[in-house]
Design a protein around this ligand. Sequence first.
Ligand SMILES: [Mg+2]
Ligand SMILES: [Zn+2]
Length: 161
Amino acid sequence: MHKAIFLDRDGVLNFEMGEYVTKPENFKVLEFVPSQLKRLTDANFLLIVITNQGGIAKGLYSQSDLAVMHKILTDALLSSGVKLTDIYFCPHHPEFSKCICRKPGSLMIEKALAKYHIDPKQSFMIGDKERDIAAATAAGVKGLLIEPNINWNFLVDEILK
Ligand SMILES: [Mg+2]
Ligand SMILES: [Zn+2]
């Protein structure tokens, strides 16, 4: 069994602007992120992003815009020797359609647990909203709640202790 760190995206990996990130030029990877993810990689954690992207359902950006933003993220990490195992996103929004993947639903996490043979009990989710923690808890993963955009190195200290 593997162990994993599940990561919310906005406010955890990239700057939370308080509105949807619709353009690649507004997608800013937080400066401490590559080094903190490197520490987790070196401790054999898989790194999996779990993100609600309801702006797609709203027509604010497309899946290809999202792919460009995620390339910015993966490139920033690769230069530090960090590889994300996967990125799961929910493109739906309840104003337009019901779905079973959007957080606080746990389906995205559960899919990753199954696909990558991850033990939820050895895994954590870092998020900046209660719904991130609710999704983690429902999947049997310990949720760690932070304020958006803060350096969460203290959580890594705690996880690696
Ligand atoms: Mg967030
Ligand atoms: Zn969904």
